[in-house]
Ligand binder design. Structure first.
Ligand code: FAD
Length: 491
């Protein structure tokens, strides 16, 4: 490889930022082109009237992955941002008036579970120990190690893991029911699936390892929010020589002899290789000529997309006790909500939702005497979010918050912005406005996700949440490593 090798990264989400770092570190000239006015992708920031919102991710999970990422460049996350472990990790309001705090104290959690069901404390201990083992095996053998081809799965490690693996191909709801009968305990163990864009009925049991992430590894807050992690990745890239362009939407990727011409809103860029972090379907269907697409429209139509979201960012006067930094509000029967996302798309009238109040931890995100919060309801991708629907749903949500947490917001809102299906589609070129990409159903896990290396367009690679390992900030950092690895292997 010579210093002249050059690459254009399309899209500045975590997958793109990560790929750019690995490729620059390997000596390539890296140019990153981002459509929007800021880097970070779904982890964009909204600043207005003294409030600063992380618009997308707000849970800093799997700190081990961030340590490994920065470690690979001889850095540590603390050189860029400090972490605070949250206690409790989060609070749940069940809509029957019950309230639960999930903390990192396992004894406390065993006692809590025991109050719901005799033997549940012991069952939790066994569940979490198993979940830790699954996490360690999965991360080492199948997440950090990319296995893009069927033949990559035929080795000793896989054979050893196979008996457990087959057992984990069932669904999460069956797996969790094997440990706990009480529906609330089942919900506590299953809510993490929302991070993967799935439902207990369509997500394989192997994702029980998310409970190790949740209970054992803990929930942290990076000082300055998730935006500070974007800044850290950008700064690292700058140190390694990455050049960034914002407001540079790519319109066409043209392959020609010896490389690519990439037409963008700020001009034409040339490079030997392209890595796309933009949504896979958008890149294939809208940026490439038909003969260089690996999948047809039918393929993309037949995928199971992760939910979109109805988000309301709110700046409010006063505090919002008793909400915690992370709060979940759950109906005791949440199946109708999942059905309204995956089966019969409609606005959930009795929603399960998430409230994020970073001003509980960080006094720089709201003016003094104010709270910063957002509410997030997962909704079906492609749902029509007309002005009337948004207005109606916003009121329904504020009423629901008041009824189930006691926090009245209506009369003290000083800043408000709604972000939903249409904004996801417009701002991120996301298919059907999905917030997260392809759900982690069994048919869309591991080799069944679209590959990092294009099979039809040599020199083009993909990173980000549509690829392996999948959805979430830590996973996208790893996907950047895999995409860069595939490219470097081919040089
Ligand atoms: C509301 C919400 C909450 C979430 N919560 C969490 C959480 O708490 N914890 C967690 O770990 N994860 C969370 N996630 C998931 C996580 O944010 C994503 O999985 C991850 O950030 C996606 O990264 P990505 O690499 O796929 O790129 P994306 O973030 O999807 O970025 C892709 C980029 O490509 C750009 N682009 C698109 N088309 C073009 C084009 N033609 N030219 C140039 N650029 C283009 C887009 O503008 C975008 O900036 C959340 C996501 C959302 C939306």
């Amino acid at each position: 490889m010579s210093r002249q090798d050059s690459v254009i990264v399309v899209g500045g989400g975590f997958g793109g930022l990560s790929s750019a770092c690995y490729l620059a570190d390997a000596g390539l000239d890296v140019t990153l082109l981002e459509k929007n006015e800021q880097l970070g992708g779904r982890a964009s920031r909204l600043e207005a009237d003294g409030f600063r919102f992380d618009m997308g991710p707000s849970w800093y999970l799997m700190p081990d992955v961030f340590e490994r990422f920065f470690g690979q460049f001889d850095r540590e996350p603390t050189e860029y941002y400090e972490l605070e472990r949250l206690d409790p990790h989060y609070r749940i309001f069940f809509k029957d008036g019950d309230r639960v705090d999930v903390t990192g104290d396992r004894e406390e959690m065993y006692d809590l579970f025991e109050t719901y069901e005799p033997g549940a404390g012991e069952a939790l201990e066994s569940y979490l120990d198993t979940s830790e083992t699954h996490y360690e095996v999965a991360m080492e053998k199948f997440v950090y190690e990319d296995r893009p081809r069927l033949r990559d799965w035929v080795d000793l490690d896989v054979m050893r893991a196979a008996p457990v693996g087959f057992q984990l191909l069932g669904t999460m709801d069956d797996y969790v029911a094997g440990y706990f009968d009480h529906s609330k305990l089942q919900q506590i163990m299953q809510y993490t699936l929302v991070f993967l864009g799935g439902a207990p009925q369509n997500t394989p049991a192997l994702y029980n390892m998310m409970s190790h992430v949740d209970f054992n590894l803990g929930v942290h807050y990076p000082e300055g929010g998730l935006g500070a992690v974007v800044d850290a990745c950008v700064e690292l890239g700058e140190e390694l020589g990455v050049e960034y362009f914002v407001d540079a939407e790519v319109e066409e990727i043209i392959r020609r002899r010896g490389g690519f011409a990439v037409e963008s809103a700020t001009g034409v860029f040339e490079a030997d290789y392209v890595v796309s972090d933009a949504d896979y379907a958008h890149t294939e269907q809208e940026l490439l000529p038909e003969h260089e697409r690996q999948y047809d429209a039918e393929y993309w139509e037949s995928r199971t997309y992760a939910p979109s979201a109805f988000l309301v960012y709110l700046g409010v006067e006063g505090d919002v006790e008793p909400l915690e930094h992370h709060t979940l509000v759950l109906p005791t029967d949440w199946e109708p909500h999942f059905e309204q996302i995956f089966e019969t798309p409609e606005w959930p009238e009795n929603p399960a939702y998430y409230l994020c109040v970073p001003s509980k931890t960080d006094d720089t995100v709201a003016p003094e005497g104010h709270s910063n919060l957002f509410a997030l309801v997962p909704v079906a991708p492609g749902l029509a979010d007309t002005r009337e629907a948004r207005r109606w749903y916003r009121d329904l949500l504020l009423d629901d918050i008041a009824a189930n947490t006691g926090v009245e917001l209506h009369d003290r809102i000083v800043f408000e912005e709604v972000f939903s299906v249409s904004e996801f589609a417009d701002r991120y070129n996301s298919t059907d406005g999905t917030a997260l990409g392809l759900a982690h159903t069994l048919r869309q896990t591991a080799i069944f996700r679209p590959p990092h290396r294009s099979k039809r367009c040599p020199g083009l690679y993909f990173t980000g949440s549509y690829t392996t390992p999948g959805i979430g900030v830590p996973m996208c950092l790893i996907s950047g490593e895999h995409a860069a690895g595939a490219l470097l292997e081919d040089i």
